[in-house]
Design a protein around this ligand. Structure first.
Ligand code: AAT
Length: 292
C-alpha cells in the first residue's frame, strides 16, 4: 500500500490525517463489530481507537465527555432519568454521576469489548460504571430504543461513533423518531454532531431531520477537542414539545450543584461560561445552519 492509501483513505475525512506518536501498543483485537486498539502515545496519554478512528485520549477526553453531558443536563431542571447511547468507555457515565438529582442512568453500548478494554486500560473513565444508578445494556441502541417506554427519559445522550460501521443508522430519521418518543415532554437530546469544518452536509441533514421531529428547540454547539478530526467536535441539542428549554442559558448551572465540581474528580473543561460560548457559531456555520 502507498502512504497515501494508508493515511488518507478514511471516507469521513479524505485527504487528511492527524498523527500521534505510538510509544507502545497495549491492546489490539477484533470484536464482532469493529477493530479495537489501545496504545500509549507520547503526548496524549493512552488512546482508544475503533476501526482506525480515535475515540478518546486521556489528555483531551475531558472536553468531549464533559460537554456532551453537561450541555444537556444543565439545560433542564433536576434531570432524573438519563439514557446514554454508545459511550462504552464510561466517561459520560462518570460525568452524569455528578448530578445528584439523577436517579437512573441507563446505558446501551453495542460492544462488550469496548467496556472490558476501558475497565482495564482507562480506569479513570470506566469508574463511571461503578455508580449504583447505572444500568448497563449490551446491545444495539436502535433495538433498545424501539422498546424503551414512551416518555421515560428527561435526557438522552448519544455518544456514538462516526456513521460508518455499527453507528450508521444513528444519524437517520427513524432513530431520532424513537428518541423523541422515549423523551418526556420538554426532554432533551444531545447528539455527537461531527466537525463544522468537515461535515457540513451531514450536520445540515441531521439539523433538518431534528427540526422536523423535535418541536421544542434545536441548537448546534461545538468545542475544541484536539485529537478529533480538524480539532473540533459538534453537538446537536434538541428538545421535545413541552416546557420550553433555553439551551444557551443553563437553568441548572453546574457551579450551584452540590458537590458536582469535585465528584470523584475535578471538572477540567466545562463551566457555565463555556456552556454559553459553545453556541456562538462562526459566520460560515451560521449561514449554513440558517440556510435550512
Ligand atoms: N466516549 C468515547 C467516544 C465515542 S465512543 C462511541 C461508542 O459507540 C463505541 O463504544 C461504539 O461501540 C458505540 N456504538 C456504535 N454504534 C452503536 C450502536 N448502534 N448501539 C450502541 N452503541 C454503539 C465516540 C467518539 C466520537 C468520535 C468523533 N470522530
Amino acid at each position: 500500500k502507498s502512504l497515501n492509501e494508508v493515511y488518507f483513505n478514511n471516507p469521513m475525512w479524505p485527504g487528511e490525517s492527524h498523527s500521534l506518536k505510538v510509544e507502545k501498543i497495549l491492546f489490539k483485537d477484533k470484536s464482532k463489530y469493529q477493530e479495537v486498539l489501545v496504545f500509549q502515545s507520547s503526548t496524549y496519554g493512552r488512546v482508544l481507537v475503533l476501526d482506525g478512528i480515535v475515540q478518546l485520549t486521556e489528555k483531551d477526553e475531558c472536553a468531549y465527555q464533559e460537554m456532551i453531558t453537561h450541555l444537556p443536563l444543565c439545560s433542564i431542571e433536576s434531570p432524573q432519568n438519563v439514557l446514554v447511547v454508545g459511550g462504552g468507555d464510561g466517561g459520560v457515565l462518570r460525568e452524569i454521576a455528578r448530578h445528584s438529582s439523577v436517579k437512573v442512568i441507563d446505558i446501551c453500548e453495542i460492544d462488550q469489548m469496548v467496556i472490558d478494554v476501558s475497565k482495564k486500560y482507562f480506569p479513570q473513565l470506566a469508574i463511571g460504571f461503578e455508580d449504583p444508578r447505572v444500568h448497563l445494556h449490551v446491545g444495539d441502541a436502535i433495538e433498545f430504543l424501539k422498546h424503551a417506554p414512551e416518555g421515560k427519559y428527561d435526557a438522552i445522550i448519544v455518544d456514538s461513533s462516526d456513521p460508518v460501521g455499527p453507528a450508521q443508522e444513528l444519524v437517520e430519521r427513524p432513530f431520532f423518531e424513537t428518541i423523541a418518543r422515549a423523551l418526556r415532554p420538554g426532554g432533551v437530546l444531545c447528539n455527537m454532531a461531527e466537525s463544522m469544518w468537515l461535515h457540513t452536509h451531514l450536520i445540515q441533514d441531521m439539523l433538518s431531520i431534528c427540526r422536523d421531529i423535535f418541536k421544542g428547540s434545536v441548537r448546534y454547539a461545538w468545542a475544541s477537542v484536539p485529537t478529533y478530526p480538524s480539532g473540533v467536535i459538534g453537538f446537536m441539542l434538541c428538545s421535545t414539545e413541552g416546557p420550553p428549554v433555553d439551551f444557551v442559558r443553563p437553568i441548572n448551572p453546574i457551579e450551584k450543584l452540590e458537590g458536582a465540581l469535585h465528584y470523584r474528580r475535578e471538572l477540567k473543561f466545562y463551566n457555565s461560561e463555556i456552556h454559553r460560548a459553545a453556541f456562538a457559531l462562526p459566520s460560515f456555520v451560521r449561514r449554513e445552519v440558517e440556510a435550512l
